[in-house]
Design a protein around this ligand. Structure first.
Ligand code: IPE
Ligand code: IPE
Ligand code: MG
Length: 235
Protein backbone atom coordinates (compact mmCIF):
# COMPACT_ATOMS: atom_id res chain seq x y z
CA UNK A 1 0.00 0.00 0.00
CA UNK A 2 1.15 3.55 -0.59
CA UNK A 3 1.90 5.17 2.76
CA UNK A 4 0.78 8.61 1.62
CA UNK A 5 -1.87 9.40 -0.99
CA UNK A 6 -2.47 13.03 -1.93
CA UNK A 7 -5.52 14.10 -3.91
CA UNK A 8 -6.13 17.13 -6.11
CA UNK A 9 -9.91 17.23 -5.81
CA UNK A 10 -10.90 18.86 -9.07
CA UNK A 11 -14.08 19.16 -11.10
CA UNK A 12 -16.74 20.27 -8.61
CA UNK A 13 -17.81 23.16 -10.82
CA UNK A 14 -18.04 21.05 -13.97
CA UNK A 15 -19.93 18.33 -12.09
CA UNK A 16 -22.54 20.92 -11.15
CA UNK A 17 -22.63 22.57 -14.57
CA UNK A 18 -23.31 19.19 -16.20
CA UNK A 19 -26.45 18.95 -14.08
CA UNK A 20 -27.56 22.55 -14.46
CA UNK A 21 -26.79 23.17 -10.79
CA UNK A 22 -24.92 26.09 -9.18
CA UNK A 23 -21.18 25.54 -8.56
CA UNK A 24 -21.86 25.60 -4.84
CA UNK A 25 -23.79 22.35 -5.16
CA UNK A 26 -20.71 20.74 -6.70
CA UNK A 27 -18.58 21.92 -3.78
CA UNK A 28 -21.15 20.69 -1.27
CA UNK A 29 -21.19 17.26 -2.90
CA UNK A 30 -17.41 17.43 -3.00
CA UNK A 31 -17.34 17.48 0.81
CA UNK A 32 -19.28 14.22 0.81
CA UNK A 33 -16.64 12.75 -1.50
CA UNK A 34 -13.96 13.79 1.04
CA UNK A 35 -15.82 11.84 3.73
CA UNK A 36 -15.88 8.79 1.45
CA UNK A 37 -12.19 9.16 0.63
CA UNK A 38 -11.27 9.34 4.33
CA UNK A 39 -13.25 6.17 5.00
CA UNK A 40 -11.66 4.35 2.04
CA UNK A 41 -8.16 5.45 3.02
CA UNK A 42 -8.72 4.05 6.52
CA UNK A 43 -10.08 0.77 5.13
CA UNK A 44 -7.15 0.44 2.73
CA UNK A 45 -4.61 0.97 5.51
CA UNK A 46 -3.20 4.16 4.02
CA UNK A 47 -1.39 6.14 6.73
CA UNK A 48 -1.53 9.68 5.29
CA UNK A 49 -4.22 11.22 3.11
CA UNK A 50 -3.73 14.78 1.87
CA UNK A 51 -6.61 16.66 0.28
CA UNK A 52 -6.10 19.87 -1.70
CA UNK A 53 -9.05 21.94 -0.53
CA UNK A 54 -8.17 25.53 -1.39
CA UNK A 55 -5.13 26.74 -3.28
CA UNK A 56 -3.23 29.97 -2.75
CA UNK A 57 -4.51 30.94 -6.21
CA UNK A 58 -8.16 30.12 -5.56
CA UNK A 59 -8.57 33.65 -4.16
CA UNK A 60 -8.80 34.67 -7.81
CA UNK A 61 -12.33 33.25 -7.96
CA UNK A 62 -15.41 35.42 -7.51
CA UNK A 63 -15.88 36.61 -3.91
CA UNK A 64 -19.09 34.62 -3.53
CA UNK A 65 -17.38 31.36 -4.46
CA UNK A 66 -14.44 32.05 -2.14
CA UNK A 67 -16.88 32.74 0.67
CA UNK A 68 -18.81 29.53 -0.14
CA UNK A 69 -15.59 27.51 0.04
CA UNK A 70 -14.63 29.11 3.36
CA UNK A 71 -18.12 28.35 4.68
CA UNK A 72 -17.87 24.71 3.60
CA UNK A 73 -14.53 24.27 5.36
CA UNK A 74 -15.98 25.71 8.56
CA UNK A 75 -18.99 23.45 8.31
CA UNK A 76 -16.81 20.44 7.61
CA UNK A 77 -14.63 21.03 10.68
CA UNK A 78 -17.56 21.89 12.96
CA UNK A 79 -19.61 18.95 11.79
CA UNK A 80 -16.95 16.25 11.31
CA UNK A 81 -14.26 16.95 13.88
CA UNK A 82 -15.84 14.85 16.65
CA UNK A 83 -16.28 11.96 14.23
CA UNK A 84 -12.72 12.19 12.94
CA UNK A 85 -11.45 12.25 16.52
CA UNK A 86 -13.63 9.27 17.50
CA UNK A 87 -12.11 7.40 14.55
CA UNK A 88 -8.59 8.03 15.87
CA UNK A 89 -7.80 10.29 12.89
CA UNK A 90 -5.10 12.91 13.31
CA UNK A 91 -5.72 16.17 11.45
CA UNK A 92 -2.88 18.31 10.11
CA UNK A 93 -3.38 21.51 8.18
CA UNK A 94 -0.83 22.83 5.66
CA UNK A 95 -0.86 26.20 3.94
CA UNK A 96 -0.67 29.84 4.92
CA UNK A 97 -2.72 30.55 8.05
CA UNK A 98 -2.12 34.26 7.98
CA UNK A 99 -4.65 35.89 5.72
CA UNK A 100 -7.41 33.51 6.82
CA UNK A 101 -10.32 34.79 8.90
CA UNK A 102 -9.72 34.35 12.62
CA UNK A 103 -12.70 32.00 13.09
CA UNK A 104 -11.26 29.67 10.45
CA UNK A 105 -7.81 29.81 12.01
CA UNK A 106 -9.28 28.93 15.39
CA UNK A 107 -11.16 25.97 13.94
CA UNK A 108 -8.07 24.66 12.16
CA UNK A 109 -6.01 25.03 15.35
CA UNK A 110 -8.71 23.25 17.32
CA UNK A 111 -8.82 20.35 14.84
CA UNK A 112 -5.04 19.89 15.07
CA UNK A 113 -4.91 20.27 18.83
CA UNK A 114 -7.79 17.91 19.59
CA UNK A 115 -6.50 15.11 17.36
CA UNK A 116 -2.74 15.51 17.72
CA UNK A 117 -2.22 12.33 19.76
CA UNK A 118 -4.37 10.12 17.55
CA UNK A 119 -2.59 7.18 15.97
CA UNK A 120 -4.80 6.23 13.00
CA UNK A 121 -4.93 7.87 9.59
CA UNK A 122 -3.38 11.33 9.32
CA UNK A 123 -5.70 13.57 7.32
CA UNK A 124 -3.70 16.47 5.91
CA UNK A 125 -5.88 19.38 4.80
CA UNK A 126 -4.13 21.66 2.31
CA UNK A 127 -5.95 24.94 2.75
CA UNK A 128 -4.77 28.28 1.38
CA UNK A 129 -1.88 26.12 0.23
CA UNK A 130 0.64 26.79 -2.51
CA UNK A 131 3.81 24.77 -2.97
CA UNK A 132 5.88 27.74 -4.07
CA UNK A 133 4.61 29.90 -1.22
CA UNK A 134 5.43 27.11 1.24
CA UNK A 135 9.00 26.88 -0.06
CA UNK A 136 9.35 30.67 0.04
CA UNK A 137 8.20 30.69 3.67
CA UNK A 138 10.78 28.03 4.55
CA UNK A 139 13.50 30.03 2.77
CA UNK A 140 12.60 33.20 4.65
CA UNK A 141 12.95 31.33 7.92
CA UNK A 142 16.36 29.93 7.00
CA UNK A 143 17.54 33.32 5.73
CA UNK A 144 16.45 34.94 8.98
CA UNK A 145 18.44 32.43 11.02
CA UNK A 146 21.48 32.84 8.79
CA UNK A 147 21.27 36.59 9.23
CA UNK A 148 20.99 36.22 13.00
CA UNK A 149 24.04 33.99 12.93
CA UNK A 150 22.34 30.85 14.31
CA UNK A 151 22.60 29.00 10.99
CA UNK A 152 25.61 28.33 8.79
CA UNK A 153 24.38 28.56 5.17
CA UNK A 154 26.82 25.81 4.15
CA UNK A 155 24.86 23.33 6.28
CA UNK A 156 21.60 23.86 4.37
CA UNK A 157 20.62 20.64 2.62
CA UNK A 158 17.40 19.04 1.37
CA UNK A 159 16.63 17.52 4.78
CA UNK A 160 16.96 20.90 6.49
CA UNK A 161 14.67 22.56 3.97
CA UNK A 162 12.17 19.73 4.44
CA UNK A 163 12.18 20.30 8.18
CA UNK A 164 10.95 23.87 7.60
CA UNK A 165 8.10 22.95 5.26
CA UNK A 166 4.50 22.75 6.51
CA UNK A 167 4.70 19.00 5.86
CA UNK A 168 7.62 18.38 8.24
CA UNK A 169 7.33 14.90 9.70
CA UNK A 170 4.98 13.72 6.93
CA UNK A 171 6.50 11.33 4.36
CA UNK A 172 6.42 12.43 0.71
CA UNK A 173 3.31 11.32 -1.22
CA UNK A 174 3.76 7.98 -2.94
CA UNK A 175 0.72 8.60 -5.11
CA UNK A 176 -0.97 11.79 -6.26
CA UNK A 177 -4.46 11.44 -7.70
CA UNK A 178 -6.09 14.23 -9.69
CA UNK A 179 -9.70 13.99 -10.75
CA UNK A 180 -11.54 15.79 -13.58
CA UNK A 181 -9.14 14.87 -16.37
CA UNK A 182 -6.82 17.86 -15.92
CA UNK A 183 -3.20 16.76 -16.04
CA UNK A 184 -1.30 19.38 -14.10
CA UNK A 185 -0.01 20.00 -10.59
CA UNK A 186 -1.50 23.46 -9.90
CA UNK A 187 1.07 24.37 -7.23
CA UNK A 188 0.39 21.30 -5.09
CA UNK A 189 3.21 19.83 -2.95
CA UNK A 190 5.88 21.16 -5.31
CA UNK A 191 8.82 20.01 -3.19
CA UNK A 192 7.28 16.80 -1.88
CA UNK A 193 6.20 15.24 -5.20
CA UNK A 194 9.72 14.99 -6.68
CA UNK A 195 9.31 11.20 -6.97
CA UNK A 196 5.57 10.70 -6.57
CA UNK A 197 3.52 8.64 -8.99
CA UNK A 198 0.64 10.54 -10.63
CA UNK A 199 -2.70 9.02 -11.56
CA UNK A 200 -5.18 11.17 -13.48
CA UNK A 201 -8.81 10.19 -13.35
CA UNK A 202 -11.47 11.51 -15.76
CA UNK A 203 -14.28 11.53 -13.13
CA UNK A 204 -15.25 14.78 -11.45
CA UNK A 205 -14.46 14.93 -7.73
CA UNK A 206 -18.07 14.65 -6.43
CA UNK A 207 -18.31 11.23 -8.13
CA UNK A 208 -15.13 9.91 -6.47
CA UNK A 209 -15.88 6.78 -4.47
CA UNK A 210 -14.28 3.69 -3.01
CA UNK A 211 -14.18 1.94 -6.42
CA UNK A 212 -12.40 4.93 -7.99
CA UNK A 213 -9.94 5.01 -5.11
CA UNK A 214 -9.17 1.30 -5.45
CA UNK A 215 -8.77 1.63 -9.23
CA UNK A 216 -6.20 4.40 -8.69
CA UNK A 217 -4.32 2.21 -6.20
CA UNK A 218 -4.37 -0.67 -8.72
CA UNK A 219 -2.84 1.66 -11.30
CA UNK A 220 -0.18 2.65 -8.75
CA UNK A 221 0.72 -1.01 -8.20
CA UNK A 222 1.52 -1.31 -11.93
CA UNK A 223 4.11 1.43 -11.69
CA UNK A 224 7.74 0.72 -11.14
CA UNK A 225 9.38 3.32 -8.94
CA UNK A 226 13.08 3.71 -9.59
CA UNK A 227 14.06 6.91 -7.75
CA UNK A 228 16.85 7.43 -10.25
CA UNK A 229 18.22 3.92 -9.83
CA UNK A 230 17.78 0.92 -12.10
CA UNK A 231 14.77 -1.32 -12.37
CA UNK A 232 14.92 -4.50 -10.30
CA UNK A 233 15.01 -6.48 -13.58
CA UNK A 234 18.08 -4.62 -14.81
CA UNK A 235 20.35 -5.22 -11.79
C1 IPE B 1 -12.31 21.75 -7.18
O1 IPE B 1 -13.31 21.98 -8.12
C2 IPE B 1 -12.53 22.53 -5.90
C3 IPE B 1 -11.61 23.67 -5.73
C4 IPE B 1 -10.67 24.04 -6.57
C5 IPE B 1 -11.78 24.44 -4.53
P1 IPE B 1 -13.34 23.26 -9.05
O2 IPE B 1 -14.09 24.33 -8.35
O3 IPE B 1 -11.97 23.63 -9.48
O4 IPE B 1 -14.18 22.71 -10.27
P2 IPE B 1 -13.92 22.97 -11.81
O5 IPE B 1 -12.48 22.66 -12.07
O6 IPE B 1 -14.25 24.40 -12.06
O7 IPE B 1 -14.86 22.03 -12.50
C1 IPE C 1 -6.52 22.95 -7.89
O1 IPE C 1 -7.66 23.03 -8.67
C2 IPE C 1 -6.82 23.42 -6.50
C3 IPE C 1 -7.68 22.55 -5.69
C4 IPE C 1 -8.14 21.39 -6.05
C5 IPE C 1 -8.01 23.06 -4.37
P1 IPE C 1 -7.95 24.32 -9.59
O2 IPE C 1 -9.23 24.05 -10.27
O3 IPE C 1 -7.87 25.54 -8.76
O4 IPE C 1 -6.71 24.29 -10.58
P2 IPE C 1 -6.51 24.94 -12.01
O5 IPE C 1 -6.81 26.41 -11.87
O6 IPE C 1 -7.50 24.29 -12.92
O7 IPE C 1 -5.10 24.64 -12.39
MG1 MG D 1 -10.78 23.17 -11.06
Amino acid sequence: MPTHVAIIMDGNGRWAAQRGLPRFEGHRRGVEAIRRAVRSAGDLGIRYLTVYSFSAENWRRPAQEVSDLMGLLKRFVRHDLADLHANNIRVRVIGEREGLASDIRLLLDEAEQLTRLNTGLTLVIAFNYGGRQEIARAMRELAREAKEGTLDPDTIDAAMIESRLDTHGIPDPDLVIRTSGEQRVSNFLTWQTAYSEFVFIPDFWPDFDDATFRAAIDEYFKRERRFGGLSARAV
